[in-house]
Structures are given as C-alpha cells and as structure tokens.
Write a protein of this length. Structure first.
Ligand code: XAN
Ligand code: ZN
Length: 475
C-alpha cells in the first residue's frame, strides 16, 4: 500500500480507547473522531448516537465514515527500539547471552547488508511486518552501510510509517569484516545518512535521522565524542544501548576505567541529551538514573529481548516512579517478535517477576508495587513511546490537534447457538480473540491485550492516511 494515497476528511465512528495518563485508560463506546485532509483530529466526541451524526457535524456532511465494528480504534503503537536488519534472525538466539549472541548471530547477518538487494528484500518485509502489527512509529537501527540505511528511510517514507533511521557506528570490538575503519569514517558516514534522510523529508514529518553508536563497548572514546559533536551540530536524535547485561557492564568498566559509570561514558561524549534514546537500562545505579533524568534522556524498555538473552528484569515501575520517560521496544532480534502488543504483555510479565523477586527474610512477601497494570503498559506503548521519540504533541492519543495515527482493532464473535455462519462467516476469521457477548468495553480491551495479535489489527493509519489493511477491513 503506497503512502501517496490521498487523505479524505473522515469521521471515525465507534468505540475508541486511549491512555489519558499513565494510570487512566479511557474507553468511549459511542465515540466519534473527525480527521481533516491533513490527518489532524478536528473533533472528538465521546457520546454520539449514530442518527445524530450528520446533523451534529456541520461542514462534515460529505466526509467519509469509517466504522469500527466489534472492536475499537486505538492509537498506533510506537516501537522505540528495534533492529531492522536483524529481522531474518527473529527467534534465533538459542541459549546465548548478549556478547556471544552478537558474535554468533548478529554481526554476520548485519555485515551482509553491503548487498542492497538483500537489504531491500529484508527492509521491505520488516516495515510491512511492523505496520501490520499496528506500529505507526518506529526507531530503527540499520547497519554500517550508508546505501542500505538510506534505503530503509526510503521504504519507511514510501510506506508512510513514521521512523527514526540510524546508521550504526562501531569502530572497535567487532569483527574486521564489520567495523568502521576510523572515527572520521564513522562520523562522515553518519553525516551522509543524516543529510540523505533530511533531503527526502525536509520537515521530518515521516522520517528523521538518528545518530546511532551501537553501544560503548564497540565505540572508542573519540568515536563517541565525534558522534556527540555531530549530534550538537545537526540537532539530531541519538540512540544506543546502555546497561543491558552484567558482562557488558564489566566490559565497559574495563574499557573506560576513568568513567564513573556506563552512563557517564555517554555523558562525557555529550551523548546524553533530551533527544537520546537509551535501550534496556536494566542494571543502572541510582546515580545513573538521576543523571539520565537530569539530562532529559529517554529509556526504551525491551522486556522480550531482556528475557530471551537472559539480560535481566528492568525494574520499570521504579524508573517510572523516579520520573523517567519510558517507551517500549521490540529490539528484534534480541526480541523475538515485531509486535509492540507482545511487548506490552512482556512488560507486564517482567514487572510481575520483579514483584515476585526472590523472597528473603526481610522481604518475604510479594512486592505488589512493582507491578505494571494493563493501562500502564498500554501507556508505555503509545503516549510514553511518543514522548521518547519527541512526538508527544503529535501522536499517542486521540485529542483535537493531534494527528490521527491509529489502528482499528476487530475481535471475533463466537456465533450464537444455531448460527452456523458466525458473525464473520468463516471460522477463525475473528483472529485469536473470542467474544461471547457478555464482555464490557474494558473486558474487550483486556482480552485483546492478553490474547490478540496482528489478525486483530485490520487497518492502520498514519496522519490520517491508510498505510495497512487486511481483507477484513471494510471502509
Ligand atoms: O539487544 C541488543 N541488540 C544489539 O544489536 C546490540 N548491540 C549492542 N548491544 C545490543 N543489544
Ligand atoms: Zn538493541
């Protein structure tokens, strides 16, 4: 589906849900959202009877009407951290942990993106996959290759998916066949990608560049400093990894013996800014968290990856209590799914593992305060993520003035006894979520969160433009 399809004035009719605050998930059963030709939300009504529709919205008599049946509209998901070139390795991690996983699976695959044909095949497929799971904005790590990185930006722009696209920098501790030959090269190639992405979308309304040092162990101090300087000169976003795995943290201590902490390595290179996204952040000290907060840098929580690579359980509830800004990341292929809905579930599970902890004599009971609620995890997936990628004024919820980045969720109705056809005709067409008719609006959302998948995501819009639909979508 091309992003060039025109946007018509449209009234989105039917239930919608969105997170108003971290604690509050608002669900409106008789919702109406009016979106203009620029994809901007012009009105939001929460209690409208269908019969009143045309009369009520003067000037909107000719608007299209798109109705959510047996489901609801939900804001598009924001994936604050993933690796597009690692998509073919999804599900392949065995019993590795971070450092051997990089050597075994990741570097060999990423290095092959010198082939633009290969990059084209994988990136086209991955952007389709993330869109089909309702991801309307994505922060992508690409590879070292300028041409392939620029191609990823082209694909996101053509498909209409908002993206931050970054060329990965690494000038040490990676194989000879996959390493920046010098600091100058890392900075020059990063600059080339920034220039390219800004040349294809000067306003940055869909694609924006992001400076991407892979992580401290694979960058020398001069390389990190060169990228920090580049970030200042270009006012670009920055993304990297921090404190994911204890062996990695030890390695950083060895490589940067004069730095007070892992986070200080980035601080010393001027890489901690309000436009910085730090992935994982599992093993941070209180001082490091304080520094990140002071700098206004953001955190991408990647719970599926953290469990797959046995990196640890990030104490997200604590970080939220401390006022850090947090979104969710799929971190493919450390993570094994391109779905932020899956990450919502993993964020909730991880918070429960933190809550269960290891009972000790001093804390023998469950630490309920560590748990994330469904609403809180959905907040991280939408509004929290929007703040991480600098789009908090534009997307993440349904308010007048925001842009319509949304997904239409449709659930399955189990037929009444005697109704052999069923609500959606063929069996299984309702996806994995079965409704029996008793469910409240809240229960429908809960059922989707815990057992839904991309089959329930029947249409996706970015700035009011339809960017993905399934056969079940009937406009
Ligand atoms: O989850 C991760 N994925 C990666 O590709 C990577 N590189 C450094 N550190 C990393 N962590
Ligand atoms: Zn990562």
């Amino acid at each position: 589906m091309a992003a060039s399809s025109p946007v018509s004035k449209t009234i989105y009719l039917g239930p919608f849900a969105h997170c108003v605050t971290l604690a509050e998930l608002e669900i409106c059963e008789k919702g109406v959202i009016g979106v203009d030709e620029q994809g901007v939300i012009r009105f939001v009504e929460k209690e409208v009877e269908i019969e009143d529709l045309r009369a009520k919205f003067e000037g909107w008599e000719d608007a299209n009407v798109v109705e959510a049946r047996n489901g609801f509209f939900f804001p598009g998901f924001i994936d604050t951290h993933t690796h597009a070139p690692q998509h073919p390795n999804t599900g392949l991690f065995g019993k590795t942990t971070l450092l051997d996983w990089l050597d075994t699976y990741t570097f060999p695959l990423e290095s092959s993106f010198s082939s633009i044909d290969k990059a084209s095949r994988i990136y086209t497929n991955f952007v389709s996959r993330t869109l089909s799971h309702g991801t309307t904005t994505c922060a992508y790590f690409a590879t070292r290759h300028v041409e392939a990185t620029n191609l990823l930006a082209d694909i996101c722009l053509a498909r209409g998916q908002r993206a931050l696209v970054g060329r990965v920098c690494m000038d040490r501790l990676s194989p000879d066949y996959y390493r920046d030959e010098s600091v100058e090269r890392a900075v020059r190639d990063s600059q080339a990608c920034i220039d390219y992405v800004r040349s294809i979308d000067a306003a940055g309304s869909i694609v924006r560049p992001i400076i991407t040092p892979r992580f401290a162990p694979s960058c020398t101090a001069p390389c990190l400093a060169g990228l920090g300087k580049l970030a200042q000169e270009t006012d670009a976003f920055i993304q990297t990894h921090v404190s994911e795995n204890t062996s990695e943290c030890e390695l950083v201590k060895e490589l940067f013996p004069d730095s007070a902490s892992y986070t200080h390595v980035y601080e010393e290179a001027a890489l901690l800014t309000p436009k910085t996204i730090l992935a994982h952040a599992i093993h941070l000290s209180p001082e490091e968290r304080k520094l990140i907060k002071e700098r206004g840098s953001k955190i991408s929580h990647c719970p599926a990856s953290n469990t797959a690579l046995t990196s640890g359980c990030c104490p997200v509830r604590e970080l939220l209590n401390e006022g850090l800004t947090i979104g969710l990341g799929t971190d493919v292929s450390g993570g094994f799914s391109p779905s932020i809905l899956e990450e919502v579930r993993h964020a909730i599970w991880t918070s429960r593992f933190v809550a269960m902890g290891t009972p000790t004599a001093s804390t023998p009971t469950l630490n309920n305060a560590a748990k994330l609620s469904t609403a809180e995890a959905l907040y991280l997936a939408t509004r929290g993520g929007a703040a991480v990628v600098g789009l908090e004024d534009q997307v993440g919820g349904f308010e007048v003035g925001k842009q319509f980045d949304a997904q239409m969720i449709q659930l399955g109705s189990v037929p009444e006894e005697g109704d052999r056809e069923g609500a959606f005709g063929e069996e299984g067409a309702g996806g994995p979520v079965d409704l029996f008719g008793f469910e409240s609006a809240e229960e429908k959302v809960e059922k989707w969160v815990y057992s839904g998948d991309d089959r329930n995501c029947v249409a996706v819009w970015v700035r009011g433009r339809l960017v993905h639909k399934t056969a079940r979508y009937k406009a």
